[in-house]
Ligand binder design. Structure first.
Ligand SMILES: [Zn+2]
Length: 259
């Protein structure tokens, strides 16, 4: 049983963390010193950095992150990354890190900021869409999603309502996982085979049941927010991703994406 002092300290830390999330540049400066003991990856491994909203003032910062990754290794599409995990490619055996980018939720900034930067740099990406957000203020419309898909970017599901799956009944979890998939498939006219769990921590935010429901629905990958690098042979039904904010200096990025 944790002591009351410890519980209080943890709650304070949580409060501080959510305040910091609202001020990403400050959060980045606080994280940065810990990055002094880390480096961006140089050895073989598969990394899945991901972002949410990218406001226009952070476009240059996103570009800076992507160029820093690309100096270390190629940025590949989600399906190329899955092929590497499946051992179908020898990329990791002979060289350094490989990066695979994704974005979560459904922000209008994907259309206005993210896609233009990605196209300029020729970087592929996966967009995990929460279908209930589509058409809401500040989020994409289905027409936007169709245009991004037509431009060659990938879409996956990030549930219907962005609830924590671990808190849902079996029927609710199935609705979140399966109905979001069907809706994206109907709207975009493509197969949806990749899923990212909201919040993404196994046991806390989702469980074995949810991975099984996804597998039965025909998903071939399931993304978490566990952070360590992945290697060929690791399961695509437990992808590790590293959550970043474009406002962070590279030193802060190094606390999440490192050897
Ligand atoms: Zn999310």
């Amino acid at each position: 049983m944790p002591s009351p002092t410890l519980i209080k300290r943890r709650l304070n830390e949580l409060g501080l963390r959510s305040k910091l999330r609202a001020r990403p540049r400050v959060q980045g400066r606080i994280l940065a010193p810990a990055g002094a003991f880390r480096r961006l990856p140089e050895t073989g491994g598969l990394y899945f950095p991901f972002y949410h909203d990218v406001l226009p003032e952070y476009a240059d910062d996103l570009r800076r992150h992507l160029l820093a990754f690309r100096r270390r290794g190629p940025l590949v599409s989600w399906s190329e990354a899955l092929a590497i995990l499946g051992g179908g490619k020898g990329v990791l055996a002979k060289s350094g890190p490989v990066f695979c980018l994704s974005f979560d939720d459904g922000h209008a900034s994907w259309r206005d900021v993210v896609v233009p930067v990605l196209r300029e740099l020729g970087v592929p990406a996966m967009f995990f869409l929460t279908t209930g957000l589509v058409g809401q203020p500040g989020n994409l419309t289905w027409d936007d999603c169709r245009a991004i898909s037509a431009a060659g970017f990938d879409f996956g599901s990030h549930t219907v309502t962005h609830q924590r799956l671990a808190d849902q009944s079996d029927a609710e979890a199935r609705h979140e996982i399966v109905d979001s998939q069907r809706e994206i498939e109907d709207e975009l006219g493509i197969r949806i085979k990749d899923f990212a769990a909201p919040y993404g921590h196994p046991a806390v935010d989702f469980g074995r049941r949810d991975v099984e429901v996804a597998r039965e629905a025909g998903y071939t990958s399931f993304a978490s927010t566990l952070r360590p690098a992945m290697r060929p042979g690791d399961s695509p039904m437990m992808i590790h991703r590293q959550g970043l904010h474009p406002a962070w200096p590279i030193w802060a990025v190094r606390t999440r994406v490192h050897d």
